[in-house]
Ligand binder design. Structure first.
Ligand code: ADP
Ligand code: ASP
Ligand code: MG
Length: 813
């Protein structure tokens, strides 16, 4: 005899019922089969809703009923096209009982737990009838048996307890002779007084387990819509994978803490007789599923799974007088038990001055009144304070039999949560050490589950979620580099890089699944209106772990957003130099926020585009070295200009050319005036540990007064033309001295300056070509022969690859 249970998700549509019957057909060819079914997916909720509406005298209960009726009738018409009168009459009759019951609730304004059970029982009664008829229609020797005639309980409505003695006998007697297939409605039962009862939400699993135990079968199969119990809820964690084998204990812990796949009491009857439970997927019967048995014997990691329960309220009772109150905990938990309030979670501070427990949010108000009433005297004498409640919380739990012998698991858990800015409200570890649970904000659950999953199960793959502002020249290249590299990153570096949001100054666009980069321009055009706050808000609201904000603008307003991102633990990667070269205090604040919120703040491209200049410097500093002096040519644009300028060209034309090639800032005056280079040496000095501001940097400009005073870019170009002679003079003077013109930045003895210099032959700067940059760091460790970094220091492609490198660096944080 085989016992199979199909959940609501497996009987939610005619297509699925068809698959169920196909499985039953296959099984019943090899032996006798008992099939326990849930109500059609969503029907139990609809029945409860209709009842609630009727109770509230809201006439729309009738519409809810119509919907329930329609769902069942259309299943029948799709599955049994020429159903005989008996089938339709039976259905209509059941449905009219249901309608009468709802009318009754509406009229008398009352919905007791007893009536509620009567109401919800229709779900399983209808589904089991339909499935039996479909099976018969297919030619299977099938019969439906009402499990209310087999399972006997007490009168604890909505969650009745089973009388196993009577129940087991009933089941054994009934199945002495059996058809090939017996279909039983799950969830429903009757009390010994003959009243309709139910076994609790999700209780069909339990029915199946009771039957399996009574018949002492070899295994129990629970068929659902996923391929087993996963390492985390697959609907919330994409990377979750099915667990091959679990112990009963682990399965119980996982389902207790929210893995709906299995209703926790289900495990008990199976466990008592050591009947293995196999979880299978109706939609993919070929998948292996999860086997639950006495010992999991698994050799994989110490954590088996991660789960969560939503809608939790946390109640705290505290006061100095608590220590002396006799039987305090006993009284507290007694009053909760009396009110049938299930306590999911308890922690007591070792000081015994407070006790904190988690319950279902729906029970919170009742718990507060009853606990306050129970301790009325102690509260009035100020020994303890009235209960405090917090709502909108969830519990997340790590579960595993082998956690016990592994130190450091909770450390790893809380550091993963902390890194992702998940605030932990309370912590509990079961005495068995088979679970560690934490109470967090409901809003953070998805992020927390993914972060924990990543740190315990995907040692290898790391998710980076990128939000890019500024998709001009450089941004464009970055997006295409990401598109080209995605596969390589995933396969080789185990980094799953997704662009979640993009924005230019007009529009912004988001996709939680990762933007299709082949088509980002069209998406962006159809996006919403851009706003800096809106972008931040969306990145915050998506609440992804390892989020990175990338600034590829030259905008001051964008740079002012960094602190808000960092405070939300979102890393910042910027090629915009404004923030790092702004007031020292502001730069320092951003660095500090980055530390405090564990979010990277990276700006390698601020100096020398993609060259690893800041990285080299940071490594020196981090290893305890002290930079004493820096000599550098830091402007790819000025280098391009002076390398191409000679007596046969015009200064104006060379600058124009540089701008056209994208080697200058959008406003070329920022480069030519030396401001851009001054900002860069300032950043290098700051990164070397010196406190300095832009005004402290000596800037001896080679431009004329007219150039410097021009109001617009056009005026500037015009004045360059007019002053051609001035530039030619600079050039011929250098040639006469056997030198080259280079725009040099220097830092020495705490002072910095920038300016045009004649560089003599033989100097490392002399042969610097094209738009190359060069930096020489002198330090305590490198006093004479400096560390030199040299290479292409400007251009959209190299800047984009510098940004890309920073994004990847975030994954190492
Ligand atoms: P059924 O209708 O078959 O009883 P349920 O909806 O009660 O199915 O349970 C299956 C669902 O449980 C899955 O679709 C999934 O969303 C959820 N679930 C939660 N945690 C887990 C987990 N760890 N592994 C698998 N499924 C999970
Ligand atoms: N139909 C009931 C519920 O939705 C029982 C079950 O599906 O297991 O809770
Ligand atoms: Mg279920």
């Amino acid at each position: 005899m085989e016992v199979l249970k199909f959940g609501g998700s497996s009987v939610g549509s005619s297509k699925r019922i068809h698959q169920v019957v196909e499985i039953l057909d296959r099984y019943s060819k090899h032996g006798k089969v008992v099939c326990v079914v849930s109500a059609v997916g969503g029907i139990t909720d609809k029945l409860l809703k209709a009842g609630q509406l009727a109770l509230e005298k809201n006439e729309s209960f009738a519409a809810e009923f119509d919907e329930i009726r329609k769902i069942h009738l259309s299943l029948v018409s799709e599955l049994i096209p020429n159903a005989n009168d008996y089938v339709l009459e039976y259905l209509e009759e059941e449905l009219s009982y249901l309608k009468n019951l709802l009318d009754g609730i509406y009229l008398i304004n009352e919905l007791t737990p007893k009536t509620s059970d009567k109401l919800t029982s229709f779900g399983e009664l209808l589904s089991s009838f339909i499935i039996t008829e479909v099976a018969k229609h297919r030619g299977i020797d099938a019969v439906r048996k009402n499990s209310q005639e087999l399972i006997v309980t007490n009168s604890n409505f909505t969650k009745a307890e089973v009388n196993y003695l009577v129940t087991n006998k009933n089941i054994r007697d009934y199945f002495k002779t059996a058809h090939q297939l017996t279909v039983l409605p799950g969830f429903v039962a009757k009390s010994n007084l003959g009243e309709i009862t139910t076994l609790g939400r999700g209780g069909s699993d339990f029915t199946a387990s009771i039957v399996a135990a009574a018949l002492q079968v070899k295994k129990l199969e629970i068929w659902t819509d996923v391929s087993g119990m996963y390492t985390a809820n697959p609907k919330l964690v994409k990377q979750a994978v099915p667990i091959e084998v679990l112990s009963y204990q682990e399965a119980m812990e996982l389902s207790h803490f929210g893995a709906k796949v299995l209703f926790p009491p289900t495990v008990q009857p199976a466990l008592d007789l050591e009947i293995p439970i196999l979880i299978k997927n109706t939609l993919k019967p070929e998948d292996k599923g999860t086997l639950i048995k006495t010992h999991s014997n698994s050799t994989s990691g110490s954590v088996s799974g991660i789960t969560s329960v939503d809608h939790i309220a946390l109640l705290t009772l505290q006061g100095n007088g608590m220590v002396g109150i006799p039987g305090f905990s006993k009284r507290l938990f007694e009053v909760l038990a009396l009110e049938k309030i299930n306590v999911i979670f308890i922690t007591q501070a070792s000081s015994e001055h407070s006790i904190c427990f988690g319950i279902s949010e729906g029970d919170a108000d009742l718990a507060v009144t009853s606990v306050n009433a129970c301790f009325e005297y102690e509260i009035s004498t100020r020994k303890i304070r009235p209960v405090e409640v917090e709502k909108n919380l969830s519990i997340i739990a790590l579960v595993g039999d082998r956690m016990k012998n592994h130190q450091g698991i909770s450390g790893k858990m809380f550091s993963a949560l902390g890194k992702n800015n998940v605030n932990v409200r309370a912590i509990a570890q079961g005495a068995s050490e088979k679970n560690i649970s934490a109470v967090i904000l409901e809003n953070d659950v998805k992020k927390a589950l993914n972060a924990l999953h990543e740190s315990f199960f995907e040692v290898k793959t790391k998710q980076l979620n990128v939000f890019i502002t500024g998709v001009g020249n450089v941004g464009h290249r970055l997006l295409s580099q990401i598109e080209q590299q995605r596969k390589f990153l995933k396969n080789e570096l185990r980094i799953n890089l997704r662009v979640m949001g993009i924005s230019n100054s007009r529009k912004m666009y988001f996709d939680e699944e990762g933007i299709d980069l082949g088509n980002w321009k069209d998406h962006l055009e159809q996006g919403e209106q851009a706003s800096l706050d809106g972008f931040l808000e969306k990145a915050t609201q998506l609440n992804k772990r390892n989020s990175i904000f990338v600034d590829i603008t030259a905008s001051e307003a964008v740079s002012q957003m960094y602190s808000s991102y960092l405070k939300r633990s979102i890393s910042v990667v910027a090629c915009n130099k404004i923030a790092c070269s702004s007031e020292f205090h502001n730069y320092k604040t951003l660095k500090n926020l980055s530390k405090k919120y564990n979010a990277s703040f990276l700006f390698e491209t601020n100096v020398g585009a993609g060259l690893p200049i800041i990285d080299t410097l940071s490594n020196l500093v981090a290893s305890g070295d002290k930079v004493t002096s820096i000599q550098a040519v830091l402007s790819g644009s000025l280098n391009f200009v002076f390398n191409n300028f000679d007596s046969s060209t015009k200064f104006h034309d060379v600058v124009k050319e540089a701008q056209k090639e994208g080697f200058t800032e959008p406003d070329p005056r920022i480069d030519l005036s030396g401001v851009d280079v001054a900002r860069k040496i300032l950043i290098l000095a700051r990164e070397s540990g010196y406190e300095m501001n832009l005004e402290d940097i000596e800037n001896d400009s080679f431009l004329t007064k007219a150039n410097l005073e021009s109001d617009t870019v056009d005026d500037f170009y015009e004045s360059l033309s007019e002053d051609e002679e001035h530039f030619q003079k600079l050039f011929s003077a250098a040639i006469a001295n056997n030198s080259q013109l280079k725009y040099v930045a220097e830092f020495d003895k705490g002072k910095a300056k920038v300016g045009l210099k004649e560089i003599p032959q033989g100097h490392p700067f002399y042969n610097l070509e094209g738009k190359d940059n060069i930096v020489m760091f002198y330090s305590h460790r490198y006093p004479e022969q400096p560390i030199i970094v040299k290479g292409a220091g400007a251009g959209a492609d190299v800047t984009a690859s510098g940004l890309f490198a920073d994004i990847i660096r975030v994954s190492n944080k």
